[in-house]
Design a protein around this ligand. Structure first.
Ligand code: GAR
Length: 195
């Protein structure tokens, strides 16, 4: 699981694995930030963790090669981006194509990118939500695995809406990982069939 911060989605996946809902385990947590709270979560659950700060590498390829090395050392079969705030580059994609998932706090393809809960509110949408998708070279553009809708309330602020979306994220991300672990996801062009 790749993180940049709080790691609440990481926690949801760890919990689902520990409860036996998912027949898998989090092999390693990798953060691009040394102070990411998700690193504490990994420690608490005795999960190996590593920090790679992109600024310390000569370029993105070298940075990602280091990540790939660690993922392979830990025999990772799936890479979960969980609040990992970077665009995945060629190196990671080349080694894990079709095996990288991301959670995004909007109903894609609406509102890709950053600060999307505020963008959805400002746009006046009545239904917001969350998306789990496979990662391709674009920003939040890959084939969609699962989505959850969250109705917007009249008195919603960015904070209240984000909190309700996050609750749904914590449900659909472990579900998507479970489907992957059970071999039930088939990518056919843009569509992900759940078999
Ligand atoms: C989550 O809301 C996730 O969907 C979002 O960042 C938050 C991370 O929270 N990701 C993105 O916006 C990616 N573009 P967490 O660290 O507590 O899981």
């Amino acid at each position: 699981v790749l993180i940049s911060g709080r790691g609440s989605n990481l926690q949801a996946v760890i919990d689902a694995c520990e409860k036996g809902d998912i027949t898998a385990r989090v092999a390693v947590v990798i953060s691009d930030k040394a102070d990411a709270y998700g690193l504490e979560r990994a420690k608490k659950h005795n999960i190996p963790a590593a920090v790679f700060e992109p600024g310390k590498f000569k370029d993105k390829n070298t940075y990602e090669l280091e990540i790939v090395k660690v993922l392979k050392q830990h025999h990772a079969g799936l890479v979960c981006l969980a609040g990992y705030m970077r665009i995945v580059g060629d190196v990671l994609l080349e080694h894990f194509r079709g095996k990288i998932m991301n959670i995004h706090p909007a109903l894609l393809p609406a509102f890709p990118g950053l600060h999307v809960q505020k963008a959805a509110l400002d746009h006046g949408v009545k239904i917001a939500g969350a998306t789990v998708h496979f990662v391709d070279e674009g920003c939040d553009t890959g084939p969609i695995i699962l989505q959850a809708a969250v109705p917007v309330r009249e008195d919603d602020t960015e904070e209240t809406l984000s909190a309700r979306i996050l609750e749904e994220e914590h449900k659909i991300y472990p579900r998507a990982v479970k489907l992957f672990a059970e071999g039930k996801l088939k990518i056919e062009g843009r569509r992900v069939r759940i078999t």
